[in-house]
Design a protein around this ligand. Sequence first.
Ligand SMILES: Cc1cc2nc3c(=O)[nH]c(=O)nc-3n(C[C@H](O)[C@H](O)[C@H](O)COP(=O)(O)OP(=O)(O)OC[C@H]3O[C@@H](n4cnc5c(N)ncnc54)[C@H](O)[C@@H]3O)c2cc1C
Length: 249
Amino acid sequence: MIELDLTTDVLVVGGGPAATWAAVKAAAAGADVVLADKGYCGTSGATASAGTGVWYVPPEPAEREAAMASREGLGGYLADRRWMARVLDQTYAGVNELAGATRYPFPVTGNGEQLRTGLQGPEYMRRMRAWVRRRGVRILDHSPVTELLADPSGAVAGAVGHRRQVGRDFRVRAGAVVLASGGCAFLSGALGCNVNTGDGALFAAEAGAELSGMEFSNAYGIAPEGTSVTKTAFYHYATFYTEDGNESR
Ligand SMILES: Cc1cc2nc3c(=O)[nH]c(=O)nc-3n(C[C@H](O)[C@H](O)[C@H](O)COP(=O)(O)OP(=O)(O)OC[C@H]3O[C@@H](n4cnc5c(N)ncnc54)[C@H](O)[C@@H]3O)c2cc1C
């Protein structure tokens, strides 16, 4: 039974960094926004419980070039430089905006310069939630989306879900839906990933979307049994050799 029936311009599905940034940006552009999170927005997802290294590199051509070159080997020389350049631009702009809008307490060097190359997940996501709320976004916590809605032409027109703490369903009719429900790492056991059951990818596939890059979505690392982190330092610290004993690239 539907307990809550809303109509909005933009429905954002998820509550991690992708979702909260999407909600902030849509609201800043003048849209009425609803955000539905399976968990509690600000504490759910892979970032909220982690420390996040950020690729924050000033827009100096030599520094940007060195940054991209340093990552190419880590990515098995599969990375597309146009995407790397875009990520560098977006990250630099986003972190600077975050610093201004949320007054994130970056560590400060002896010369008074802020170090913006890392974020503490709990502090970051707490501030993202506050920013989302300041923008007037309606947040539905503990409210997993279970299915997209489509209009008669087949276009996505909102979603339905379940309000876990009320035990009733909800429906949001929306002009646009942003799927930002994270990856599909729930079996990894990594902290914060229990909510990441790939729902958004499934909804998109059900709506007829073509997915790309999925071959890279399940790179589980090697870690001692029972640890909460399954990320590995595989390429950082290993050296590989070809059969004739030469170092492999
Ligand atoms: C151990 C570890 C270390 C990492 N280190 C770094 C790092 O140093 N630097 C870096 O840049 N990245 C790092 N990452 C990756 C980074 O955490 C993720 O890329 C990032 O969290 C993805 O953000 P997201 O918003 O897409 O998803 P998430 O942060 O995972 O959020 C997903 C959100 O979707 C919600 N959700 C899921 N299903 C539904 C549904 N059906 N309905 C409603 N809501 C739903 C969840 O509750 C959650 O709020 C690391 C990840 C891990 C696991």
